[in-house]
Design a protein around this ligand. Structure first.
Ligand code: AMP
Ligand code: MG
Length: 283
């Protein structure tokens, strides 16, 4: 592939979401090849995750955000199908509990960031505190407007402690959302997905887009970039995210291997010393 399937937002970019096509498909991508590509990427992701887990040198934090029905749950079930659940940790962030609400907004988030060796996935995240909270005026503007800076500091703390942070905004069009909600009404096997709030939130579409533009612009940093994922096509969304995650992890592969080899050498040396002292005689 080699070309960008999605758009990376780093420091200083000013995002206007209307300029990003939610139905974009990169020219090199052929629909009929995507299932194969996804299977290959899934297998590689599984291997890379094994190395990540064994090396215990980094953690990965993948943040998924997007409008209702944009496919956060679907991404998790498809992209991570071949990953070992033991070294994976998914956290979904809902309306804060009274205990969570009585703390600063990062408290509940920091408690569940992935430890070294773990691939953490956030289904919604601390960004809700500058999205839904802003759109619904749950706190005053001077409170939410300070949070972008807090978020950047928080994510810097994570990256300085070897957490690889990737943030994906699943970008769908309003028409696509309408289709997906309609399907939930009309197809009996999808009705369980109906959440009345998804329907009542629709009238805030423009406010949410504006809030997302600010979150992407203010918190797209070089160390913790945002990616805008064209998400109208579910298969393309899965491919773009899997590819980006795998490409990012690949850049650490040699480090992780070197870490493991060094650890192996140390262990063998310790064993030699035991043997030299005759503490191990039968092996
Ligand atoms: P879902 O992801 O569909 O299960 O819905 C979770 C709901 O919790 C969404 O409506 C979110 O907007 C809401 N939510 C998540 N975090 C917060 C927050 N910090 N403050 C208020 N609502 C939130
Ligand atoms: Mg929902």
């Amino acid at each position: 592939m080699g070309e960008d399937l999605l758009w990376k937002i780093t420091k200083g970019d000013k995002v206007d979401l209307k300029k990003y096509d939610p139905a974009y498909v990169a020219p090199s991508i052929k629909r009929e090849e995507v299932d194969m590509q996804l299977a290959r990427l899934g297998a590689e992701l599984g291997e890379l995750q094994e190395l990540l887990a064994a090396a215990r040198h980094h953690s990965i934090l993948m943040v998924l955000q997007g409008m209702d029905t944009s496919g956060k749950d679907g991404t998790i079930s498809h992209v991570f199908a071949q990953v070992n659940p033991q070294a994976c940790k998914v956290n979904a962030f809902k309306i804060p509990t009274p205990e969570e609400a009585a703390h600063d907004f990062l408290w509940r988030v920091h408690k569940v960031t992935p430890e070294k060796g773990v691939l953490g996935i956030f289904n919604r995240s601390h960004y809700e505190d500058v999205l839904v909270v802003r759109v619904h005026n749950l706190v005053s503007e001077d409170v939410w407007s300070r949070r972008y800076k807090d978020i950047n500091h928080f994510e810097k703390l994570l990256t300085e402690n070897n957490t690889i942070v990737l943030k994906f905004f699943l970008h769908i069009s309003q028409e696509e959302q309408t289709e997906r909600l309609r399907a939930r009404i009309n197809e009996k096997d999808k009705a369980w997905k109906i959440s009345t709030s998804d329907f009542s939130e629709r009238k805030y579409w423009d406010e949410y887009q504006k809030a997302y533009e600010d979150a992407l612009s203010k918190c797209g940093t070089d160390d913790a970039p945002w990616y805008i994922v064209p998400a109208n096509h579910k298969w393309y969304r899965n491919l773009a995210i899997a590819q980006t995650l795998v490409e990012t992890m690949r850049t650490y592969k040699d480090d992780w291997k070197a870490e493991l080899e060094a650890r192996g050498r140390n262990e063998l040396e310790s064993l030699q010393q035991l043997r030299a002292r005759k503490e191990v005689t039968d092996l």
